[in-house]
Design a protein around this ligand. Structure first.
Ligand code: SAJ
Length: 455
């Protein structure tokens, strides 16, 4: 068979055989099998690496070894790809750190939450993972931190722990880089493959080795830089978005004060070249924006600690409370006190058409309404349960006898609510819109009292 294939094909077959043989020896370990780690483990397994995924949660390990994804929500292609790499044996999961002893590549992808009270990162998971990797690290291996970390973390925390635990010298006896993830729920695999990526090594050799590794799974551009720059880029890109949103919220509050419509202002401002005013709203949730700004500020703390970034966080965090004040105002206009009022909260997910409730502004709104003595009833078409809050799945039941409907999340379902039906079900016709879902004029024409962020 080989003899008759034309030269070109023969060459390709030989390269493929060489590649399979050499790659088969290339062992890659991913520490942390969450919504970032699992997709990256699956993609490297698909690319021909011998991949072991490590996680501290046995149930998660068990699910993955059965080819089942522990990630909730719709993630196109992830389930089928996971099944195929597990059945082909190129991806295995375990709770043991032993496999790192033979690993050529070790990716650390654990969560790095932020303690909003002490304004410091929670690095317990990162420290523990780095320590375990150090204790098993093979000479000549490449370690990559994919977690989002505060600027300076690689230098001040990762290198000292890895060197102390392994007895090896970073940059010489093992290579080290950071390549922060750019994932978005619902597009995990697509983003991983297609988005550009910054790769920051602690030295040139580390950067190049990491770039060569990612070329096996990333089609986007791979931008080489140093570790500190890479740490700053990731936290800055989210702080940038958070500041932009805070600016939009500031203009929204101004428009409310003077009786203008911020959405008309925004539309016309964005007609001006190089303007991109973001959307004001009920607040900023999610796993990225609320945390990454603080990681950046923490890493840059010192003589000139960031002020604009901290102020932007304060403005965005104030929006859900402002929304509760709009409920008080609207109910008062309708002749109903907030105390004892039934208030229907539309949406508890932090993002439209998602079931993700992490850091959702709805939690702050619900607490503020309860402090006012109101009875919030929460509806969300995607979320089943959130921090012990009961979610009413029937919109009619959530609205029936309500004194105020307040919208937090712009799920598609809410764009088609029939106002006549709404008015029939409600005890007091009051609408407060935290995004831009309801039409103010139409609400007044149908006899509702209306308030809206920025309108
Ligand atoms: N939000 C606003 N106004 C806006 C945009 C968003 O109030 O103009 C609110 C949303 O309602 C939500 C929060 O901000 O509560 C975050 O929304 P997001 O669209 O930024 O979504 P995230 O949190 O999933 O952000 C991710 C980030 N991706 C990564 O960290 C890899 C972010 O960098 C991306 O810019 C963002 O997705 C995106 O563009 O979709």
């Amino acid at each position: 068979m080989l003899a008759c294939a034309p030269y070109k094909e023969l060459k390709l077959i030989c390269i493929r055989i060489y590649w399979v043989i050499t790659m088969k020896q290339k062992k890659l370990v991913v520490v942390g099998l969450g919504y970032v780690g699992l997709p990256v483990a699956v993609k490297f397994a698909e690319a021909g690496f011998d991949v072991v995924g490590i996680d501290i949660i046995p149930e998660k390990v068990e699910m993955i070894n059965k080819g089942e994804s522990p990630i909730k929500g719709k993630e196109p292609k992830l389930d089928e790809l996971l099944k195929s790499v597990v059945s082909s044996g190129t991806l295995k999961a375990t709770t043991s750190y032993e496999p790192i002893r033979e690993a050529d590549y070790v990716l650390i992808v654990v969560q790095t939450p932020f303690n909003m009270l002490s304004k410091e990162p929670y690095y317990q998971a990162l420290r523990s993972a780095v320590r375990s990797v150090g204790q098993n690290l093979k000479r000549g291996a490449l370690v990559i931190i994919e977690s989002t970390v505060a600027p300076g973390t690689m230098n001040k925390i990762v290198i000292p722990i890895l060197e102390a635990e392994s007895g090896l010298k970073a940059g010489k006896e093992f290579l080290l880089a950071t390549a922060p993830e750019r994932v978005m729920p619902g597009k995990l695999l697509w983003n991983l493959v297609n988005l550009d990526r910054v790769v920051g090594g602690i030295n040139e050799e580390s950067t190049q080795a990491a770039i060569e590794l990612y070329k096996h799974i990333v089609k986007g551009e791979l931008y080489p830089t140093d570790a500190l720059t890479a740490e700053i880029v990731k936290t800055t890109e989210n702080a940038y978005r958070d500041v932009q949103i805070a600016f939009a919220n500031e203009i929204a509050l101004l428009c409310e004060n003077v009786g203008a419509d911020v959405y008309q202002v925004r539309e016309l401002v964005n007609k001006s070249p190089y303007r991109n005013m973001h959307l004001p709203g009920a607040g900023v949730g999610g796993h990225c924006l609320p945390k990454d700004s603080w990681l950046l500020a923490f890493g840059a703390r010192g003589a000139n600690s960031p002020r604009l970034i901290a102020l932007a966080r304060e403005i965005n965090d104030s929006m859900p409370r402002h929304l509760s004040d709009l409920c008080v105002e609207a109910l008062k206009e309708a002749g109903v006190g907030i105390y004892g009022a039934k208030v229907t909260v539309l949406g508890i997910a932090y993002l439209e058409n998602s079931d993700d409730t992490r850091n959702s502004p709805a939690f702050t709104l619900i607490k503020a309404l309860e402090v006012y003595g109101a009875h919030p009833i929460v509806h969300d078409p995607f979320v089943e349960e959130a921090n012990g809050i009961v979610i009413e799945k029937s919109l009619d039941n959530a609205i029936r006898d309500s004194d105020c409907v307040v919208l937090v999340t712009a799920h598609d379902d809410y764009h088609n609510v029939d106002l006549d039906h709404l008015k029939k079900l409600m005890r007091t016709p009051v609408i407060v819109d935290g995004r831009k879902v309801f039409d103010k004029k139409e609400c007044y024409a149908k006899g509702f009292v209306f308030r809206g962020i920025g309108r």
